[in-house]
Design a protein around this ligand. Sequence first.
Ligand SMILES: *Cc1c(COP(=O)(O)O)cnc(C)c1O
Length: 497
Amino acid sequence: MKTLYRSTRETASHTMTSSQAVLQGLTPDGGLFVPVTLPTANFDFDQLATMSYQEVAYEVLKLFFTDYTADELHACIDAAYGDQFDDPQIAPVTKHGQQYYLELFHGPTIAFKDLALQILPHLMTTAVKKNHLQAEVVILAATSGDTGKAAMAGFANVDQTRIIVFYPKDGVSAIQKQQMVTQTGANTSVVAINGNFDEAQTTVKKLLNDHQLHAELATHQFQFSSANSINIGRLFPQVAYYVYTYAQLIKQGQIKNGDEINFSVPTGNFGDILAGYYAKQLGTPIHKLICASNRNNVLTDFFNTGTYDKNREFFLTSSPSMDILVSSNLERLLFYLTGSDATATAKLMTDLQTTGRYTITPAMRANLADFWAGFVTESQDQAEIHHLNHAHHYTIDPHTAVASAVAKQYQAATRDQRPMVVVSTASPYKFPQAVLTAITGELSAVDGLAAVDQLHELIQTPIPATVTALRTAPVRHKRVADVDDMGTTIKTILNLN
Ligand SMILES: *Cc1c(COP(=O)(O)O)cnc(C)c1O
């Protein structure tokens, strides 16, 4: 069966193949691509329990990317999940205290976005070839730190692609800046912006929609694309680690085939947890998906009241990748809650755009039973890091700690005894200052590599090789630009002038 894709906002059945949807990113009407009908999986989990991560990924991806051949998908998977991961299991599942931790930080940028962004470039270039396009794909990205670096690590040296990343000059952490300016790959460019993240992002969006610039690029055989988390080439590869986790728990003898488990997911843009929702729809025995937020708890309120309202104070927290007021992937869930009603979904999105809020119907709320939602304050987040370190000698990062703490809120509120898997989205070495502060109980004055060393002395777990490499990696990117000059800078980088 072929899986075709349609828009969340358009009733007219205008469909695309998976490779076309990967190239396109967003639908022409501004909605998101969803499968016209969900594929049927018929997973045999006892058999999946004998498989490697790559083999499980293939079983999942072949359901969603049906116009790719088996050889093409295997090639994408092999290129994405190889020895750039420092654990051969790619996504190992470990147990500490009463909870399981699904470690998604063993890739090149030591955060979970690698699971999606290592494979997206290969799905994209394969799509270019399949659709007989001549153009070179130019990825534009604005980043507050994590996504841009993970995208570059994925696209570096991938044929027929270029990637240009803009970051706020004084708006990223010391480690993140160092990761950015030392990025290798002849097709990568990094530009520091005299401005903040919002200005960089707004300008990138404007440039991606600039028809004149598109035309100019086209005459030079270039075509813009974006690597943001709404692309199906990022979303569906994430389903694989939910299926893999279930199979691994069987393999480890922790559960029997058919037992239900829960996942607690530190959530920002709602991409990661939505992949879990798809895993459940495909038949993975998942009881609840726990949507864990930091102080920016717009999703907690949505799940508990039925109203999404972004008109609220925005907080900077120690889990910055979850500091988000508009979770773009939530649109796909709304589509399912309406019973695949594109008109109703479009109406909610219009409400969001015009008033900053919307309220779902009681019937839609009744469909939210797969989820439970909660949030933690900064001090609760720190307490969770402290507790795991002291009681179980396991150190987690501030994003993972949000999910770990909210999982316990859920268990206290419901007395649900099912096995709980905390999705662990970053290495503690990515946020060493916050982790040091939480463990020692004293505000750490050091940051960057000095903080990495101090943390290492304290916890003894090996420093990831990608962090060690930063000590000697030469600076390759020194470009700085004003926000108003971003368009010109792109032309200079692509040699269009
Ligand atoms: C992006 C990110 C998240 C949030 O994931 P979403 O898919 O945006 O919900 C959580 N933790 C870390 C470390 C991240 O980088």
